[in-house]
Design a protein around this ligand. Structure first.
Ligand code: DGL
Length: 269
């Protein structure tokens, strides 16, 4: 049996990481869990987010994954260490990879971060950035209205534009040249975010860097998938399956054209 990589998020946001893993590591089998019934995690207490994350990990462990990817910044900030202490396989979060990429890009030394209230209030990105460059100037902004737009599939509309403009337009007053999309849902809104921030602001999503980290860890442990057969992925969500499937197909596009997927709605609580 091929051991999968387990990826979890509060909803469809982790698909931005899954897509990059599929692109960089097409032979890897994925088991994805989107907690669409309980999204958004951003406004919840960190205790609650930790509890939800534990429940999902307990569910995913039955598939005997070789690694767990917490493809949610809010859950990474609240529960990465907790999950690491509970399982004996590698657990990867999305905050350190995003911070590394941002430090690599910034020239002005002024980095913007947008994320959920949970992520921004945790200060986890600032800490990760300062560890890499103590001089870096960080401007952060919580954007609680973005995740609900993405979960509805509302990526490009007047409402979306206005929501984004009124939430982050003022960031242009700072010499930010690099903006971390500190929520895995935000790459769905990247075009509009870029229109508002201007073409000279580099948007950083953790997806590429996280996929690279996954690859390095698996290689180091001799666990990279081999062979010439495409894997069968499994996608689970806890809420509306039709909406989840439609967003997944839209986002993953050609990545899943050839790859069979099993869709399920499990009950975990
Ligand atoms: N994708 C999650 C993140 O990266 C969204 C959190 C939420 O559900 O509010 O933080």
């Amino acid at each position: 049996m091929q051991q999968p990589i387990a990826i979890l998020d509060s909803g469809v946001g982790g698909l931005t990481v899954a897509k990059e893993v599929m692109r960089q590591l097409p032979l890897e089998k994925l088991v994805y869990y989107g907690d669409t019934a309980r999204t958004p995690y951003g406004p919840r207490s960190s205790e609650e987010v930790v509890r939800f994350t534990r429940e999902i990990v307990e569910y995913l462990i039955q598939f005997q994954p070789k690694m767990i990817v917490i493809a949610c910044n809010t859950a990474t900030a609240a529960g990465l260490e907790d999950i690491r202490a509970r399982v004996d396989i590698p657990v990867v979060g999305v905050i350190n990879p995003g911070a590394r990429a941002a430090i690599g890009f910034t020239v002005t030394g002024c980095v913007g971060i947008i994320g959920t209230e949970g992520t921004i209030n945790s200060g986890a990105y600032e800490q990760a950035l300062r560890k890499l460059d103590p001089q870096v100037k960080v401007i952060s902004e919580a954007c609680p209205r973005f995740v609900p737009l993405v979960e509805k599939g509302n990526f490009r509309s007047y409402e979306t534009y206005e929501t984004i403009r009124s939430s982050i337009g003022h960031l242009r007053e700072h010499p930010i040249d690099t903006l971390i999309l500190g929520c895995t849902h935000y790459p769905f809104l990247a075009e509009t975010i870029s229109e508002i921030m201007g073409q000279d602001v580099k948007l950083i999503s953790s997806a590429d860097e996280t996929a690279r980290e996954i690859s390095v860890i698996l290689q180091g442990r001799g666990k990279l998938a081999a062979g010439d057969r495409l894997p069968v992925h499994q996608f689970f969500c806890s809420g509306d399956q039709q909406l989840f499937q439609s967003i997944t197909r839209q986002w993953l596009g050609e990545q899943i054209e050839l790859t069979p997927i099993i869709w399920q709605i499990p009950t975990i609580v």
